[in-house]
Design a protein around this ligand. Structure first.
Ligand code: ZN
Ligand code: ZN
Length: 254
């Protein structure tokens, strides 16, 4: 299984960056995890968009979904004949309604995404399979419902924390994972009654509690500095730590 970072920026993009988006290739599948602003162009550097089998959405914030509109335009309006691709789009509950509002509010038809994708709503309590990839979800604390997502091919596990505040449930979900990708959005924790993101130090603490083999920090602005956040996470986690950047890829063997 190969994981490639397409976008690691938070809700505003770095120079030449993109918001949340990750390419997962394994189990005979090409999967896009999240599709934030800028991700569609980054995707095309690595694969033809016609070859994407499925898109999985962690939660419905703008920085995780807005390039679905662009992706759908690529599918619907591409200027050559033939049957267009129809990738699956696996959305969290509320996805179809949110997508219809986004598309209608932006001058498209409300069904713009449904005309391009095979849209379905996943139940975060249920595991599912994409080819030979096993997919599991774990609800995590955020300002709106959000789900950590695990992809496993054989014994190889990749766990993506989505956007989340401190969560023991996430540590248990990710226990022993090969690659834990956690957000490191904040320079300092938010007030205790308003948690929806992590600092890099907290990401390190979560990786240590999970016993992850490797930690990759993501969803941080370049203004925070990759070296600084890696150093912060290393204060709590003594395994390998790195900061995501667009184009970085990680190979996990089964
Ligand atoms: Zn979010
Ligand atoms: Zn986000």
């Amino acid at each position: 299984m190969r994981i490639t970072v397409l976008g690691k920026s938070p809700s505003w993009q770095d120079v030449d960056g993109a918001c949340s988006g990750y390419l997962i290739q394994g189990g005979g599948q090409v999967v896009l995890l999240d599709c934030g602003p800028g991700v569609f162009a980054k995707l095309r550097k690595h694969v033809a968009y016609e070859d994407v089998d499925a898109v999985v959405i962690s939660h419905l914030h703008a920085d995780h979904i807005l390039d679905l509109v662009t992706f759908a335009s690529g599918i619907r309006y591409r200027p050559w004949p033939g049957e267009p691709p129809r990738p699956r789009l696996l959305a969290p509950p509320g996805g179809p309604e949110a997508f219809a509002q986004v598309c209608a509010g932006a001058g498209m038809t409300a069904d713009h995404l449904e005309l391009a994708f095979e849209l379905s709503v996943y139940d975060p309590a249920e595991a599912l399979a994409l080819g030979a990839l096993a997919v599991r979800f774990q609800p995590v604390p955020h300002y709106i419902p959000a789900n950590a997502v695990e992809f496993a091919e054989g014994d190889a596990r990749f766990t993506f924390g989505a956007d989340c505040g401190p969560s023991q449930a996430l540590c248990e979900f990710a226990a022993g994972t090969d690659l834990l990708m956690l957000e490191a959005t904040l320079p300092e924790p938010e007030p205790p009654d308003d948690r929806g993101h992590l600092t890099a130090l907290e990401a390190g603490e979560h990786a240590a509690r999970a016993g992850a083999r490797q930690l990759v920090l993501t969803h941080f602005t370049a203004e925070l500095g990759a070296e600084r956040i890696v150093a912060e996470a290393r204060r709590a986690f003594d395994g390998p730590v790195s900061a995501a950047h667009e184009g970085a890829s990680y190979d996990l063997s089964q």
